[in-house]
Design a protein around this ligand. Sequence first.
Ligand SMILES: [Zn+2]
Length: 431
Amino acid sequence: MSAVAARLRDLFVEEARGVGIGEAMPLLPLGGLRAMSVTGEHVGPCPLCGGRDRLQVKPGVGWLCRGAAEGRDAIGLAAHVLGLDLKRGGDFLEACAAVLGRSVPDGRDEDEAATRERAERIAARKQAAEASAAQREGEAHDFRAAEQAKARGKWQHGEPDGLHLTYLARRLQRYIRDLPVAPFLRTIAAETYWHGRDERDPRRVPVELFTGPAMVAPFVAPSGHVIGCHLTWIDLARRPKFRPLILDPAAPRGDPLPSKKMRGTKKGGLIPLIGFYQHDGLILPDPHRPRFVSGEGIENTVIAALAEGPRADTIYAAAGDLGNLAGPADQTSRFTHPEIRKPDKNGVMRPVFVKGPIPRADQSPDDAMQVPPWVNEILLIADSDSEPYATASDMARGKARLGAGGAIVGIAWPPAGMDFSDIVSLSPLGN
Ligand SMILES: [Zn+2]
């Protein structure tokens, strides 16, 4: 190569190094990324590795392809998504060309054979990236399937006439014979409460805090398959909620640990209470019931069923938690909490963000609880013992999400600071 050509090439590289990620993005095959207006990030599938939200690009900051590669500059991003190897001179120049949007200056010492060889290498790298992404997804799938099987087993071994009936009767201030029949609720006589378990990090060693009776309910996918279970530990001696006080041994003065847990998969599933039937191992909603009533918790939803009947035209199901009821939020609808401030790591008080009321546009059925397609009327039961702004926003989002298909959706709010099961717990009636 001549000195002039070498000089031209150096300038070309220098210019490419000056290109920011934001400038390069429109020139790269990143059309599948969604802009997150609040965080300034762009998130979506990686053109090389695939996935759903695998690639995150933040102009001015850097980029990350989860589990594969990351970096801070545009050339590295271009190389990754185009399958180029920066350690090879020809590939490096191609990456520079990609971020500049023009071809490598003439005078490079590359013939047709070298160009063809690179094309083949890129194709091979893309194939390898796809294979390893598929393997990672396969492993995650196997792990999920094993967790689901364990959760299903817990529920299958539960006792239908167990202690949960006494628990519900006391919580709801009724005699057992007056409870509505919720045939899928069961009792595990001795369920261990593990603390510190992290399903994504098997290296963490969980501690066995205690073993005691628990109510177990299945989480059921729209297909009717049991994909998880919901556990509620019971302590009949502890009024008014009849659940054990569980303290974190590492922080004994902190907030108690939750006496409810979920195993397996929850998102996209629901806890069937009333108006479901079992067929071929599946749990399915009764197609003759066009109305659907659901709250976050089992207790609140059963209370609603008791208060109105239960009605023969209604399917009663619990969502398990507010996130599964409300579904994912559109990032742009996020807002700052009008009252709550929290200190950041420098001790500066910062506003707290609340998930907004608008559902995220591209949702899949396993993002949140689904309602049978024939349902035309929905009543959502709110808890108002949790943070009111976040709860109101979540409920509004659930209403918008579930009403998108045309069903009429209402929200039942208990008095401020209570949930419906508190109201009955505080009533003077006893049993
Ligand atoms: Zn990637």
